[in-house]
Design a binder for this molecule. Sequence first.
Ligand SMILES: NC(=O)C1=CN([C@@H]2O[C@H](COP(=O)(O)OP(=O)(O)OC[C@H]3O[C@@H](n4cnc5c(N)ncnc54)[C@H](O)[C@@H]3O)[C@@H](O)[C@H]2O)C=CC1
Ligand SMILES: O=C(O)CCC(=O)C(=O)O
Length: 445
Amino acid sequence: MEQQLEHAYEEVLRRNPGEAEFHQAVREVFDSLGPVLRKNPRYVDAAVLERLCEPERQIIFRVPWVDDAGRVRINRGFRVEYNSALGPYKGGLRFHPSVYLGIVKFLGFEQIFKNALSGLPIGGGKGGSDFDPRGRSTQEVMRFCQSFMTELYRHIGEYTDVPAGDIGVGQREIGYLFGQYKRITNRYESGVLTGKGISWGGSLVRTEATGYGTVLFANEMLGTKGQDLDGRRVTVSGSGNVAIFAIEKATQLGATAVAFSDSSGYVVDEAGIDLELLKEVKLVDRGRAKDYVDRRPGARLVTDGSIWDVPTDVALPCATQNELDENDARTLLKNGAVAVAEGANMPTTPEALRLFQEAGTLFAPGKAANAGGVATSALEMQQNASRDSWTFEYTEERLADIMRDVHARCAATAEEYGRPGDYVVGANIAGFIKVADAMLAQGVI
Ligand SMILES: NC(=O)C1=CN([C@@H]2O[C@H](COP(=O)(O)OP(=O)(O)OC[C@H]3O[C@@H](n4cnc5c(N)ncnc54)[C@H](O)[C@@H]3O)[C@@H](O)[C@H]2O)C=CC1
Ligand SMILES: O=C(O)CCC(=O)C(=O)O
């Protein structure tokens, strides 16, 4: 079976040149699959690996828009409709200058397994653009979103493909995208996008869900060792949607979050991050880390080195891919970190992951730990379909149940395949089996 996996991986390299992040995401999943393929050769016979590595549809389009100075700008838009074995394509849109096809494909590939693990009927997809929202006015962002949707609308729908937010796309952008979709189609199709505002079809808890879910997963992992987050030091990279609500849930569970970051550096606040201030700086003012430090006595901004230099018990990388490397892992281990849970998608490099695995550190891969976001999007779709809206308490309880289930499924699968405590193997195998079985049942498509 190892030979088949190697052959399939070589084909991925050959067919997708230059897409390093996509190669990395495939490699990490393939590294887990040997035992499951040996046990079920029918997956190999039906070319499930090869099919999983080829998206069902890849859409690339021009996004023209006019900036505030009247100049015409051109960006590139993407939507990769990766796999629909379990439901309509589902996954976020990322607006960031680094976006290219390889990033969208890695995210879409990860999304297939994550969505399978959530236990909800959603397939995998992802999209975005190399548009950089930083420094752009609200009017420019709106014009960009309207142009983006003017092409995207023909590819998406409640039963087809349901985008949501990711880096650079929050409720404001979802609002402009939804408005343009409604205008073009003349349909109030609430279930076409998730992450909407509460008064126009959104779900309570969706904003908080990814960060909350990541922390709940970390707490479940600690629970297997008779420990929890209470009294722990936590470090959270990033200061966007995922990071902020990871800090909030960790604080609710009795931990002290001592550091966060953005692309300008990291902030250490030994007294515990002031969440209200952080929300004001980041969510209201759209400011920088320095704006927090300017208003918070005792906090300091560090503009060189790495946030993972800050001694911590629990590390929550919640910014972006490959942000925690081998050196960072060594430092975290030296400083006694006991758990790492990925709020971001693939934030840990393969070399760093290996070090954590060798050290026996509790390690939650993003496709399991951050599944609460997309799961709550699926709950938003349920509410839209039934024209209902649930309370915060009820929705949060559903999220907590889902995260417990995801944790239990990963742990049980790791155990079954002889790797107890290895959540990477557990998540990859459990997600793979669910998707692969549905693909087999649906024939060669
Ligand atoms: N929003 C969601 O529901 C979900 C997001 N994720 C993942 O979580 C991560 C963060 O996403 P969001 O919080 O939604 O985005 P966001 O746009 O709200 O925040 C992103 C944060 O990461 C930082 N960042 C981005 N690129 C960076 C870079 N190259 N270097 C340093 N810092 C950088 C930004 O300063 C910002 O603080 C991403 O990996 C995303 O794919 C995963 C699951 C769901
Ligand atoms: O809520 C969603 O549909 C997407 C969330 C997402 O992009 C992710 O899980 O990485």
